[in-house]
Design a binder for this molecule. Sequence first.
Ligand code: SAM
Length: 252
Amino acid sequence: MRADVITIFPDYFAPLELSLVGKARAMGVLDLQVHDLRTWTSDVHRTVDDTPYGGGPGMVMRPEPWGQALEAVGDGTLIVPSPVGKPFTQADAYEIAGLDHLIFACGRYEGIDQRVIDEAAARMPVREISLGDYVLFGGEVAVIVIMEAVTRLLPGVLGNASSLDEESHAAGLLEAPVYTKPASWRDREVPEILRSGDHGKIARWRRDQSLLRTAARRPDMMASYPRESLDKADRKALDEGGFRITPPAVAE
Ligand code: SAM
């Protein structure tokens, strides 16, 4: 995967040289290039912003440097972090992980002149993505979040790719709690069943915990979890945990 990030703060992206994203880059799975938007300015002050048409507070990013920057990196899928975008989910991460060329446009101030996004959308797919219902100073942190979520899905990046399947949000549920050694710590014991060696029972326990956690912490996720994916044992676990799940409607 190739990813071009355009920003006025290239130094922000130092974390993407570390850990597994750094490893993915070293392996050649991810070719991530960070570009300084000011490269494409033409005045002595390297200006990228101006006052908003229509008045109001703050500044808006001018279209000319953005137009040139986007031409320089070529076409791909343009990702514009924005509080007006679609909230980012694991499903988006999977979709984005399947793309060949990502271009990230990091807004600052009051955002980027809308014409930049409209013009880009006329020649390539554009995804405006929000990290959540709050406002950040700029798109840089959002790009780091998106690239962390996407890079771990790229082939060969995780040692044990099967761990992805049971993770929170992989299949509409939260993951069960996890434990490691020692078996006893400050009078707190690892659940006996996890030490039993009985893989069937361990799988059942994890499934139950996953269902109960999701029902308790994220009723919204539980409500949209497909009812036909809940078997008898799942329903029993939820029932015993005090969560009543309406059975699927029977077709007439
Ligand atoms: N005036 C804009 C608004 O109210 O929608 C907010 C601009 S914000 C101060 C500057 C930049 O930060 C945005 O252009 C965007 O790139 C980024 N940003 C802010 N909040 C974000 C969020 N929740 N998700 C993704 N990016 C965000």
